[in-house]
Design a protein around this ligand. Structure first.
Ligand SMILES: [Zn+2]
Length: 410
């Protein structure tokens, strides 16, 4: 898939016609604007062919799944790994600063000079990073594809619908069956995704939702449901096990929705038209009834809702990395309280950490460098390409950035 921008930089429907792209580039009728994903810009005016494209977003605190589809075809598929080092770095920084302050006797105590953590709208840096990362990767897709709708999964179940099953207008359309999937997801969450009889002792990871009193008399209300592992569940139904279950907790409230996912959804609504949300139980139902595998990109594909579309064979793996390697984040003291010097300089023989390079026809990233000019080369998922490749054997493809991207063919 080659992504195409028009003369003014507006995205068009991408193309599979590589021969034509090659020809356009050769004739000077187009230019390459991006290597990964491969994007060209036309240098002549065109008439636009519009086709609705839906972007599905599987929001997450560790991994984001993205999938852009038309009714017939998946045009972009990506998995994004977020940074998880922020909390740790900030605690190290805090500790180091505290140690230093204690060494300096003349230093005045800090007083009322901090960001007010209780301010409305204040979010922890780690959560802020996660929100910004969602917005950034989504914005990047809008730059290369004419997205018409965006659908984001904000939570795994709809608590409002469980609390007030009668007020929901969509219930009627969704049917009773899908409504039960919602309650099921809620019950599993409430029970901490753990068998409420054996609490994991059976080592059975398959979870069922059990009706305490038969469905016919007790119904599908959360109070009548409990999470059991398949082992305990089937033993109970065979009459070989009497369940020992403590009373259910009441509804845990909206906090579970995750501040992060909601903030992402609200920001997206401010930026783009046609943003809607969906729930995990609907995604899961779509995925299972259509026999689709469980991955973040597959979930995003199901969220986008064009379930008959042909899946893409290319997945773009993306990862956020830190921009700086600050001294303040390090706690490496040598004997005698001397601080270790910052390891490698920013540039080693013209290469930075996380530059994308070509080594023996393979695209990979610099994960480590030695001043002597030898490099630790890896794929984005950490697969080692070479532990100590010479500077002479590598060629720079893309300079490092805070967001690294790699094309993977399934
Ligand atoms: Zn069990």
């Amino acid at each position: 898939m080659v992504y195409v921008l028009n003369k003014d930089g507006k995205p068009l429907i991408p193309t599979n016609r590589h021969g034509k792209v090659k020809h356009l580039l050769k004739e000077g009728k187009a230019k390459v604007v991006k290597r990964t994903p491969f994007t060209i810009q036309l240098l002549y005016s065109t008439t636009e062919f519009v086709q609705p494209i839906t972007l599905g977003v599987d929001a997450g605190s560790k991994i984001i799944g993205l999938s852009a589809t038309t009714e017939d075809e998946e045009l972009f598929s990506s998995e994004v790994v977020l940074r998880n080092d922020i909390v740790e770095l900030l605690s190290t920084k805090r500790q180091n600063r505290r140690t230093r302050r204690n060494r300096l006797r003349y230093r005045k105590p800090r007083f009322l000079n901090r960001v007010k953590a209780k301010n409305k709208g204040w979010l922890a840096p780690s959560i802020r990073h996660k929100i910004d990362s969602h917005l950034k990767v989504i914005a990047n897709i809008y730059k290369i594809l004419p997205i018409s709708n965006l659908i984001i999964e904000t939570a795994s179940f709809d608590i409002q619908k469980i609390k007030n099953p009668q007020i929901s207008g969509t219930d009627y359309q969704e049917g009773e069956q899908l409504g039960f999937w919602n309650v099921r997801e809620y019950v599993m969450w409430r029970d901490g995704h753990e068998c409420q009889h054996c609490h994991g002792k059976s080592k059975d990871n398959v979870l069922n939702v059990h009706h305490k009193i038969s469905r016919k008399t007790g119904g599908d209300s959360p109070g009548n449901l409990v999470t059991l592992c398949e082992t305990c569940h089937s033993l109970h139904h065979q009459g070989k096990l009497t369940l020992k279950i403590t009373k259910n907790k009441s509804y845990r409230d909206a906090a579970f929705m995750g501040i992060m996912r909601w903030a992402v959804y609200n920001k997206l609504k401010e930026i783009y038209p046609n943003v809607t949300m969906t729930y995990g139980y609907i995604t899961k139902n779509n995925r299972i009834t259509n026999g689709i595998e469980k991955t973040h990109t597959a979930d995003a594909f199901c969220i986008a809702g064009n379930l008959k579309a042909k899946r893409s064979s290319v997945i773009y793996l993306q990862a956020f990395k830190r921009r700086h390697n600050r001294q303040i984040h390090k706690a490496n003291f040598l004997k005698g309280g001397k601080k270790k010097l910052n390891q490698s300089p920013y540039m080693v023989k013209g290469f930075r950490l996380f530059d994308k390079v070509l080594f023996q026809e393979q695209e990979c990233f610099i994960f480590g460098r030695r001043a002597t000019g030898y490099f630790d080369l890896r794929k984005l998922d950490g697969t080692v390409i070479h532990k100590s490749a010479s500077v002479k054997s590598i060629k720079l493809l893309e300079k490092k950035s805070t967001l690294l991207i790699e094309r993977q063919v399934a």
